[in-house]
Design a protein around this ligand. Structure first.
Ligand code: H79
Length: 507
């Protein structure tokens, strides 16, 4: 048992030492780069790492048009409707006067999220349009001035927290409703980044007045963020959006200080890599290759392919159910709509690469979660009910990626989640090679976690490179079902000589 643990530790060490080296060459002195090398390891962050699955909710006044206006439909992301060209800004900015989600029931939403298996939830307190779902003191453009009146952020924080789901607050630093807001362009554009980096004092502002007004916007943003952290002490972290704005990047030093203020107010606060950039305009990862803030937020609607891609960072992936619709869009026929199995596969893939997976929901203007989403939540939840062990608190396994699916690990238990069921009903598992010449790995125990029946393990041979394989025979009961299934295995390192005896015992 100890030996297995040692080997796991060694494997991890070999995997990650490469990344550390890469990060350490030729360090540049940065004032506002990452303030930590390597991962954060306090209790709050350990918990974050163990979530496995989360829920995102995009809800705001854009849910009223739901991507349609005067009989016209946008293919744009519905939460961007203000800029779709189908509605005037004046019309859009007055939508809040109709916002009255009479069917909204925070407890119902939280219950559904719990049944889906989500362990954290991210809620849009303010999207780019600037509308605040909480009664902010610093603007009139809030939920307090709608017919609904009540504090939606509070209702959600309370309901989800009561279900044991941790809440994170999404906040866009873009605000089309504030007169001082200014973008200055997108730092992700190579041309803009080059200009930003070439002139030491590159100024994205066109006039002094604009720059002064941006100062107002900065105080406003700071006030709102401090307000959120003060108002909702039960929330666990902040999820930022929009931080590619050059005006924001230009203020890297100020943003860094603000981050420290927020953290001082809320010990354990978790902030992703999309809050601030270093002073050279590098986002997510600073000029030295270190991750800025607590986890990598680069994976919006995309997953890394390999562990190398993740650079050993903590990360999460937020995913829409249709192609690119976060807020409520009435017409889901515009793109492919993911199925529960698509989302489960992405979840387990994320987990197998040490990440969390977050599924987005876009409730409608009355506060209903659409039927399609409810069905999907149910589908994911039914699978999670049986197989959650393969998702919660797991990390990448010692097995290499194999064609049948993805594997995760917790302690000595390795979970093989099979998405591509082999036609011969035998899952061929390649076990790692021992570091010691006289030893080999064998599968000591294997079981199907649905129904917990033991699995039959047969010899799967050896390849010309000296790697060993075992076949796990899929019984009819499992094979007949169409859903992905999980086999839990334990490996044991044995004397090469005793393999034959051992094999007799398991086949
Ligand atoms: O809140 C969701 C998006 O609205 C937000 N981030 C996620 C979590 C986001 N804001 N900007 N972006 C993502 C990237 C920019 C997308 C754009 Fe477009 C492409 C803006 C204009 C063209 C998509 C297509 C949105 C409007 C049209």
């Amino acid at each position: 048992m100890k030996k297995n643990l040692l080997i796991t530790t060694l494997l991890c060490f070999f995997m990650f030492s490469g990344f550390a080296q890469e990060r350490n060459k030729e360090r540049i002195a940065l004032k506002h780069g990452a303030h930590r090398e390597g991962k954060r390891n306090d209790a709050a962050m350990q918990k974050w790492r163990e979530y496995g699955l989360g829920q995102f909710i995009h809800w705001g006044v854009y849910a009223i048009p739901g991507g349609q206006w005067n009989g016209k439909t946008t293919t744009y992301a519905a939460e961007w409707f203000r800029t779709s060209g189908l509605i005037t800004h004046e019309e859009y900015d007055n939508l809040y006067k109709q916002f009255n989600p009479v069917n909204f029931d925070a407890k119902e939403w939280a219950k559904q999220a719990k049944e889906m298996g989500a362990r954290y939830m991210i809620f849009t307190t303010k999207h780019h349009d600037g509308f605040c779902m909480w009664p902010s003191k610093y603007t009139d453009y809030t939920i307090a001035n709608t017919p609904y009146k009540k504090d939606i952020v509070k209702e959600l924080v309370d309901a989800y927290t009561a279900e044991g789901i941790d809440v994170y607050l999404y906040f866009s630093i873009i605000d089309w409703s504030h007169p001082g807001y200014y973008s200055g362009g997108n730092i992700n554009s190579p041309k803009i980044k080059e200009t930003f980096q070439s002139g030491g004092d590159y100024n994205p502002f066109e006039t002094e007045e604009q720059e002064e007004r941006y100062e107002d916007f900065k105080s406003f943003t700071r006030n709102q963020l401090l307000e959120l952290v003060d108002n909702y002490p039960a929330m666990k972290g902040l999820w930022f959006d929009g931080s590619w704005d050059v005006a924001w990047v230009k203020n890297a030093a100020w943003v860094d200080t603000l981050g420290m203020e927020l953290r001082a107010k809320h010990p354990g606060l978790i902030i992703g890599s999309r809050f601030r950039s270093d002073e050279l305009g590098n986002r997510h990862v600073d000029a030295n290759g270190d991750l800025i803030d607590d986890y990598d937020q680069r994976y919006e609607r995309s997953l890394p392919s390999t562990l190398e891609d993740t650079k050993g960072f903590d990360w999460d992936c937020v995913m829409t159910i249709p192609e690119n619709q976060w807020g409520y869009h009435r017409d889901w026929s515009l793109s492919y709509v993911k199925t529960p199995y698509d989302l489960i596969e992405m979840t387990v893939k994320a987990n197998s690469l040490n990440g969390n997976f977050v599924i987005n929901f876009g409730p409608d203007g009355e506060g209903n979660i659409r039927t399609e989403e409810t069905k999907i939540a149910k589908g994911v939840g039914e699978w999670m009910d049986v197989n959650r062990e393969a998702v919660y608190g797991v990390h990448n396994s010692v097995l290499e990626k194999q064609d049948w699916g993805y594997s995760t690990q917790k302690g000595e238990s390795i979970y093989l989640t099979v998405f591509n069921k082999p036609m011969n009903d035998r899952v061929r598992v390649k076990v790692p090679r021992s570091k010691t010449k006289d030893m080999i790995f064998v599968i000591e125990h294997a079981e199907f976690i649905s129904g917990k029946q033991e699995a039959i393990v047969a010899d799967g041979g050896r390849d010309k490179y000296g790697s060993y394989y075992y076949d796990i025979v899929i019984p009819r009961k499992v094979s007949n079902k169409k859903e992905p299934f999980v086999i839990k295995i334990k490996l044991k390192e044995v004397d090469r000589g005793s393999k034959a005896d051992y094999q007799k015992a398991i086949t």
